[in-house]
Design a protein around this ligand. Sequence first.
Ligand code: B1M
Length: 207
Amino acid sequence: MTDFEALKTAVIRGSRNDVSAIVQAAIDNGEDINPILDRGMIPAMREIGERFSRNEAYVPELLIAARAMQSGLALIEPLIAASGRKSIGKIAIGTVKGDLHDIGKNLVAIMLKGAGYDVIDLGVNCDLDKYEEGITRGAQIIACSSLLTTTMTYMKDVVEHFKGKGVKVIIGGAPVTQAYADEIGADGYSQDATGAVKLVDCLLKAC
Ligand code: B1M
């Protein structure tokens, strides 16, 4: 059984090898993947963020924690993807212009793939042209991620850009709320990756 505290500590310390070893052991033991995320890696990122707010951690510590988390995600991704059904829709996802945070966006992409969607990952710092590229490549929905209060406002530009063009725009990220989504006229909001899958299911299957 995974020691979630040890996993959390390994992410916070940025110990990539320890994170990979703990996650791989959980996979080898056939454990459920969700608690690895929900009780280990995601709380670790929250904790390092709180330390950053208190000036007890700085950008380099955030970076190495992020890399450690990515190494765990890389092991989990193939498992989730393998559980997917045949493609049931195409989603383009990207972090908005000015924003380089990609862990949450990656997690949403992984969960969508796991649920059977084709995902076009547009990366970070996406401007309108980049989101347009997603539509050119066949996406039915644009998903925008933002982690900064200074960049979430760009979501309004994306929503306005695609209004009346038959493209649905959904949004998420730590500072984003349902109220903000309503205010800018987005087609949907979700608080986390699992919610993003349910939201896309609803939009494409009219639940
Ligand atoms: Co940044 N950073 N950062 N950072 N960083 C935050 C976001 C911050 C809250 C830290 C803090 O002050 N406590 C703060 C923002 C404050 C604010 O705007 N109010 C902050 C800051 C200030 C900054 C810089 C400005 C710091 C600086 O340089 N002085 C800078 C900005 C750079 C830029 O983007 N231009 C910066 C840089 C960085 C790093 C590069 C060092 C690194 C990112 C590395 C990477 O992503 N590859 C980093 C990190 C790691 C963080 C924290 C610690 C962790 C973010 C994370 O990965 N969380 C973060 C603190 C925090 O969030 N508590 C912080 C884990 C991830 C799984 O959660 O991304 O929320 P999250 O995703 C969730 C949901 O939000 C949702 O589902 C995901 C899974 O459940 N979701 C969606 C996300 N996108 C979605 C899209 C959807 C639906 C749901 O579409 C429909």
